[in-house]
Design a protein around this ligand. Structure first.
Ligand SMILES: Nc1ncnc2c1ncn2[C@@H]1O[C@H](COP(=O)(O)OP(=O)(O)O)[C@@H](O)[C@H]1O
Ligand SMILES: [Mg+2]
Length: 418
């Protein structure tokens, strides 16, 4: 899924920055961890932009500064040497030219007799915050100003939506553009004017083309070896369960998760209240290690107070320790996700990297919406992506270091195909 033909990116050629997207369930510490990562990296010499795409924007609180949504994509707030911050939302201008398209659409609706206020509502872009965030990211990536862009994302569901947008928008624009060009060339601008139909001008088409180009560039960047996702969790059952589903969904979309950060680990103590929590968190930690095997995991302690301001964030980063795997270095390419799902005829094949394994070593077990893969004493629980939850395991095989599990559609769950 990660290998896209001809994916040598424009951005990469121009020395694209490393992009780290930080996400996880609401309240687990995404903003704090993203800020701590950015402060640490910038103090080690990387020119870092810390960008918030969460409309809740608590980045200012974490940094202990007043940070408002930027009015233009290149408006960033310097924090300290090598570090700037930015909050982005729909009001952040990515392109003065959106106005061009907007005016065209308003005119079109107006000539169709639509009331101006209703017209305004109608053209409010769905996902405008996300589109602005993606276009801003693309523009920063092309600017050559940053070595690292850390993105404090919205909670998981919105982030998944954000990350599936570039492909989706590219797909729509691809279908929209040729049609408009065909209409123009078929009847000609003069005839179009005579018909009273306001066809998009060259200027409008140019803007839409530019969007398409930028969206595709962003998509290539975020699935390239320059980008990865860091999942923040706390050692609690519900949080872990959601993180596993997130990992499955991200992998399906072609995003590499290269780090799991376990936040708010309560320091060990023998008073009864604390030791009960210590035990629960220890169990949670064991489940995390089992669920995210192969991905480096680190842990941050539950501090006695809220870590706000750059120095407190740097301290938090300093006491964050690796608990499994090897630290993924920010200047090394991200390794491709080890899991992919591909359609084969009417079946789907889930393919998982199992280096050095022989088929006798590998076990596969379906457990509800999960697949449990055992490899000798090792075990990995994989939450199935939605499409596979509606399928039945047909067979599994091991070869060339990959485990392939074939799924066939469950006839009861694909009724429209009967
Ligand atoms: N390791 C930690 N120790 C103590 N407080 C923390 C820690 N991590 C986060 N917090 C605090 O928890 C709250 C929520 O964190 P935040 O980073 O805003 O979460 P999110 O962005 O996931 O909603 C904030 O008040 C933050 O200061
Ligand atoms: Mg936050």
């Amino acid at each position: 899924l990660r290998a896209e033909p001809g994916a040598a990116t424009d951005a990469e050629a121009a020395g694209a920055p490393r992009v780290v997207l930080v996400t996880g369930k609401g309240g687990v510490g995404k903003t704090t961890s993203a800020a701590a990562l950015a402060v640490g990296a910038s103090r080690r010499g990387m020119r870092t932009l810390l960008m918030s795409t969460d409309v809740a924007h608590s980045l200012g609180d974490a940094l202990a500064i007043d940070l408002r949504a930027a009015t233009a994509w290149d408006e960033t707030t310097p924090i300290e040497a090598n570090l700037s911050a930015q909050a982005v939302d729909a009001r952040t201008a990515v392109h003065a030219s959106w106005e061009v398209v907007r005016d065209y659409l308003l005119g079109l609706l107006g000539s169709a007799g639509v009331d101006a206020v209703i017209a305004d509502e109608l053209i409010a872009l769905p996902g405008a915050d996300e589109i602005a965030a993606l276009l801003t990211l693309g523009l920063h990536a092309e600017s050559g100003v940053w070595d690292l862009i850390v993105i404090d994302c919205a909670p998981t569901a919105e982030t998944l939506r954000l990350l599936s947008l570039p492909e989706l928008i590219g797909w729509h624009l691809d279908r929209l553009l040729p049609t408009q060009r065909r209409v123009l060339s078929a009847i000609g601008p003069a005839a179009a004017a005579a018909s009273g139909l306001a066809l998009p001008s060259r200027e409008v088409l140019a803007v839409v083309h530019e969007w398409r180009r930028q969206m595709l560039a962003v998509r290539r960047l975020v699935v390239s070896p320059r980008a990865s996702v860091r999942l923040v969790v706390t050692p609690e059952r519900v949080v872990i369960a959601e993180a596993r589903r997130t990992l499955a969904a991200l992998t399906l979309h072609g995003y590499a998760v290269d780090h799991v950060l376990v936040n708010r680990l309560i320091p060990v103590d023998d008073d009864p209240w604390r030791s009960a929590w210590n035990q629960a968190q220890e169990d949670g930690m064991a489940e995390i290690v089992e669920s995210f095997r192969g991905i480096p995991i680190s842990a941050a302690p539950y501090l006695a107070g809220e870590p706000t301001g750059v120095d407190a964030l740097a301290d938090l980063e300093g006491v964050t320790a690796l608990v499994a795997g090897e630290e993924a270095l920010l200047d090394a390419p991200v390794t491709a996700p080890a899991l992919s799902v591909t359609p084969e005829g009417r079946d789907f094949v889930l393919s998982i990297e199992v280096p050095f394994a022989r088929s006798a070593d590998v076990g596969v077990l379906r457990r509800g919406d999960d697949i449990v893969v055992t490899l000798g004493p090792e075990r990995r629980i994989i939450a199935l992506p939605a499409v596979l939850r509606r399928c039945i395991v047909k067979n599994a095989s091991v070869g060339k270091g990959r485990l392939k599990i074939r799924f066939e559609r469950d006839p009861g769950l694909w009724p429209h195909e009967q």
